[in-house]
Ligand binder design. Structure first.
Ligand SMILES: Cc1ncc(COP(=O)(O)O)c(C=O)c1O
Length: 366
């Protein structure tokens, strides 16, 4: 099965591709699907509203299946950043509220909190590494905490925060839990119906093997009622036809209301093929393969006595280590050998997916 799937990813024939935390390689089925939509634009000029809706509905169903969520809980966004911003703007902040925000998060989460936070909200920075993060957040939360913003998996070290513990805390304390799952979803599959995550933002482009320019936002159904109505736009409600826009439709009761305007249907169509590949291999098998590969790599790094930034438990798909000598030179040697990884903060970040092999993973050891 893996050999068959590998043939769908031409980059895997040319490189030792171990960089899904940077960008997932594209598969030929997604590319063909993109081409099929482009062909309609080229030959006819426009998509019928029924075609336009069908593309989105198909991809939304696949995502719902992947996450254990419903259609109504999913919105397509342009980026993870946009999804997190929508959460910031939809949360009903009141005077005197505070937000607990993870300081070591990726800038998609961090940047807006540093440079454009919601007015009047006190920010309490949670600074601990992931291992101590839940305890620190617990100590920062009080009755005025309206929301907690965290990354699930650290983009450099692969450290993971315990979503079940945070989700239980959110249940007890009643704050909105907002999570960027971009570096975790794909190697690991949380069952959202059994967690209390209010907002989850994730890109299509990395572990889910989609194309850059598309992401999605999950908003828990039970959280919708208490939110502000927006951000909204003209496509926040469902039109039967584009021939008559008035009276304007009411905003969708669920997350699709946050799809504010025109969207990248071409990318949404391509993404459905990537999701079908992951679902056809199976969530458990995908997660199990990544675990095996990262476990094997951790052992090999340990055997060499290298300094490893990734804890054994819990872990997702990222394994980062400090190479001997100059990290930049090490990274360039790997590139010259056709081994694609990332260099992040002086560490070599290896991020294999289910289609990689044990032999490929060992190639990062020079
Ligand atoms: C944790 C995390 N979140 C988000 C992103 C990307 O965000 P966006 O989709 O807004 O470009 C990355 C990219 O490296 C990431 O590592």
């Amino acid at each position: 099965l893996i050999t068959e799937v590998r043939s769908l990813f031409p980059a895997l024939n040319r490189f030792i591709y171990l960089n899904c935390a940077g960008q997932g390689p594209l598969n030929t089925r997604a590319a063909a699907r993109v081409a099929s939509v482009l062909k309609i634009y080229i030959t006819r000029g426009f998509l019928d509203i029924s075609e336009w809706k069908a593309i989105q509905s198909e991809t939304r169903s696949l995502l719902a299946q992947l996450l254990g969520a419903s259609h109504q809980e999913l919105a397509f966004t342009q980026s993870t950043t946009r999804g997190l911003r929508i959460a910031m703007d939809a949360i009903p902040w009141r005077d005197g509220d505070n937000a607990v925000v993870q300081e070591r998060s990726f800038p998609a989460l961090l940047y807006p909190w540093v440079h454009a936070p919601p007015a009047g909200v006190e920010i309490r920075w949670a600074k601990a590494p992931h291992a101590g993060l839940v305890d620190e957040i617990r100590s920062l939360v009080d009755s005025k905490t309206r929301a907690v913003f965290v990354d699930w998996v650290h983009f450099v070290t692969g450290e993971m925060v315990d979503l079940a513990a945070l989700s239980q805390m959110a249940e007890e304390k009643g704050f909105y839990l907002v999570v960027d799952t971009t570096q975790g979803l794909g190697p690991v599959f949380p069952e959202l119906s059994s967690l209390r995550i209010d907002f989850l933002a994730n890109t299509a482009a990395k572990w889910l093997l989609g194309i850059e320019g598309l992401a999605f936002l999950y908003v828990r159904e039970g959280a919708m009622d208490g939110l502000r109505p927006g951000p909204l736009g003209w496509l926040s409600g469902e039109y039967e036809t584009f021939s008559r826009l008035f009276p304007m439709p009411d905003p969708d009761p669920g997350a699709p209301r946050f799809e504010e305007g025109s969207r990248p249907v071409i990318l949404i169509a391509g993404f459905s093929e990537s999701l079908k590949i992951i679902l056809s291999v199976g969530k458990e098998k995908v997660a199990g393969r990544v675990r095996e590969l990262t476990g094997q790599l951790l052992e090999a790094l340990e055997a060499r006595g290298l300094s490893i930034a990734t804890p054994r438990q819990p872990r997702a798909g990222i394994v980062s280590f400090r190479p001997p000598g100059d990290p930049e030179a090490y990274y360039q040697r790997l590139r010259n050998d056709g081994v694609i990884v990332s260099l992040r903060e002086g560490l070599i970040r290896v991020s294999p997916h289910f289609f990689n092999t044990p032999e490929e993973v060992e190639r990062v050891l020079l």
